[in-house]
Ligand binder design. Sequence first.
Ligand code: ATP
Length: 250
Amino acid sequence: MIPKDHPRYESLVLRARIVEASKAGILADSAMIAHGRGEAFDYLIGEKTTQNAKEAVKAAAAALILAEHPVVSVNGNTTALVSEDIVRLSNTLKAPIEINLFYRTPQRVEKIEKILKEKGAKNVLGVENEKKGLIKGLKGPRANASFEGVYKADVVLVPLEDGDRAEALVANGKTVITIDLNPLSRTAKTSFVTIVDNVVRAIPLITEEVKKLRNCDETELRNILNNFDNSLNLEKSLKIISKTYADEKP
Ligand code: ATP
């Protein structure tokens, strides 16, 4: 039991979720390393949602509302950390969830599907024996996408994606939205909208923003998107990281 007054309580709770999920067999061995990299960047941005992350959340919500076929992609870490909120977002958008694993095994896919369905997911794609389409520019199993999901989608929310796949999705004409604590990652730089925030904070905020914006007219939503500049937004995150250090007294 982690004591609630522990100064690193939130962070330790997330670690515990990752450890549990790893024991339950839903994560690849490298998942803890990916989590650790995220944790380090979270520490650097102050472990809270920044103003510029909120701006990115708004742009992400606008893009998802405007989409004809939005899809929410999940991997093992996202499922371990925020499955309930992922399901809530997917149900709010009426968008399918697609399981997308870097090191894919049928067992892990099955376990993730079960968790999502238990939390109330209505449409889980990316499972075995499903019609697949090929994402051009990728090799091997990673090129497969669900025909009714990412393959057909115009807008994809792909938290914690790897750079190669993010680049390929963009090259295949998708509007890519990511959540990545590392503003320097290839995924962060390639995506149309990058929310530099922890997935556990960002996903519920996107759902709230979708609810707020969904009655806006198309012009207003397009204006939100047109006024969003991803490179500038990433620069703001980098400034926050360096300022935290410059202001700190030894
Ligand atoms: P890229 O291939 O895009 O250059 P990478 O090789 O660092 O980046 P991966 O290891 O494939 O990317 O994915 C892990 C990414 O997810 C890291 O950038 C890490 O910062 C980020 N990450 C890990 N945990 C979280 C989290 N809880 N919330 C948001 N981002 C996270």
